[in-house]
Write a protein that binds this ligand. Structure first.
Ligand code: FEO
Length: 393
């Protein structure tokens, strides 16, 4: 079904209630949606984005139910297939439509969808496209989260179509935000998993889209924001340089020694007034871990030694942390070993993207003894003093 945003502006995309994994990596506890929007001007009709190829039939049914006989422009804001993957199907139904996009996106679409050069109308940053009584303005927002990403602003209605920017993996029947707290969590999870590695680019792009003062933000995942200030402020907070008085401990334990250390460190840090978030890597939802990485001042990786190096789950958790480029300021390793190994070096070598000070690690031979617990107390006190040096409370 379609839903009406404004007169002659319709949401025509698809919900994916059951999808539980994106990119074969990202958990989707609440499903997702692939939002597409149809804008009917007095002279031209534009479709903003399409849907994941698994949902092409839904998009086509929605267009047919609206009686759409002609599409002049398929505005493609992002080449990733969950938005562009149905362009081919739409072109088969509406063969005279032109794909409107930027040069970088055109190049990517030609590679990913095997499209032809003559099927495109290429636009530049700030350019406008008249639909008669409605005007589209293109605002390039590169690296949220691919190099070609852009937004489209419908000037007469003040609607910013933002594609992945401000999106959330959240399937709900309502068009607009129904539960702000719920959407905050979903949008933060989305930011953490997709956007966080490009935090500084996003700061720049945030200022760029704020400059048009959108009345509505309509992303291509999740609900539409009728009060955009809510999500603009959330993005300003997440992308800011400020960290929180929090310690994250992604860990794995095989026979309990590392777990004893983690539990002891958690208690020691809590006694010092620090918020602690342990994540048992074999069981954790990595989306929760990613969300916690948005704010935490410190990350402590907990791992036993397997053969001569870190446990593979610890490697995975560390690699993911490094990949997401959080604004973490301090990092270290705790864990155990049986007879030797290069666990500390291996973990530290995986944290090259972090601009973090590495604190002294605590590695224990076998089970922790009183001196080892004292070392953990010293680590907790050091973390507290480091946080205090940043005026974190
Ligand atoms: Fe929702 Fe980057 O695609």
């Amino acid at each position: 079904m379609h839903q009406v945003l404004k007169p002659d502006v319709f949401a025509v995309g698809a919900r994916d209630w059951d999808r539980r994994l994106f990119d074969e990596l990202i958990p989707l506890p609440d499903g997702t949606s692939y939002n597409a929007y149809l804008i009917r001007g007095t002279e031209k009709t534009a479709l903003i984005d399409t849907v994941d190829p698994t949902k092409s039939a839904q998009l086509i049914a929605n267009l047919q139910a609206l009686g759409v006989e002609t599409i002049d422009y398929i505005v493609t804001q992002h080449a990733e297939q969950d938005h562009s993957g149905s362009v081919g199907e739409i072109l088969r139904l509406y063969p005279n439509a032109k794909i409107v996009t930027n040069q970088k996106c055109k190049n990517l679409l030609c590679d990913h969808l095997l499209l032809r050069d003559d099927q495109f109308l290429t636009i530049v940053d700030g350019e406008t496209l008249a639909l008669g009584n409605k005007t589209l303005q293109f605002i390039f927002t590169p690296w949220v989260h691919w190099p070609e990403t852009m937004c489209t602003y419908l000037q007469e209605e003040g609607i910013l179509f933002s594609c992945d920017f401000f999106g959330s993996h959240l399937a709900q029947s309502e068009l607009y935000v129904a539960d702000q707290a719920k959407v905050y969590e979903s949008a933060k999870r989305y930011y953490a998993e997709i956007m966080m590695p490009f935090r500084t680019n996003i700061q720049t792009n945030l200022a760029k889209v704020q400059a048009v003062h959108p009345a509505i933000i309509a992303p291509s995942h999740g609900p539409v924001y009728p009060e955009p200030q809510f999500i603009l402020e959330a993005y300003a907070e997440w992308t800011a340089d400020k960290v929180k008085n929090e310690v994250l401990i992604p860990y794995v334990s095989m026979h309990g020694s590392t777990e004893l250390m983690v539990n002891y460190l958690v208690d020691a840090l809590v006694r010092l007034g620090i918020t602690v978030k342990p994540f048992n890597l074999p069981r954790t939802d990595i989306g929760e871990l990613a969300m916690a990485l948005v704010d935490a001042a410190t990350v402590v990786i907990g791992t036993p030694t397997v053969i001569l190096g870190p446990h593979p789950y610890a490697v995975y958790g560390t690699y993911l942390t490094n990949l997401l480029r959080p604004k973490t300021r301090f990092a270290t390793v705790i864990g155990s070993y049986g007879w030797g190994g290069k666990t500390i070096e291996s973990i530290q070598n995986l944290l090259t993207n972090l601009k973090a000070e590495i604190l002294p690690p605590v590695m224990v031979k076998g089970q922790p003894r009183p001196a080892d617990y004292r070392a953990l107390d010293e680590l907790a006190a050091l973390i507290q003093s480091k946080h205090q040096s940043l005026n974190l409370k």
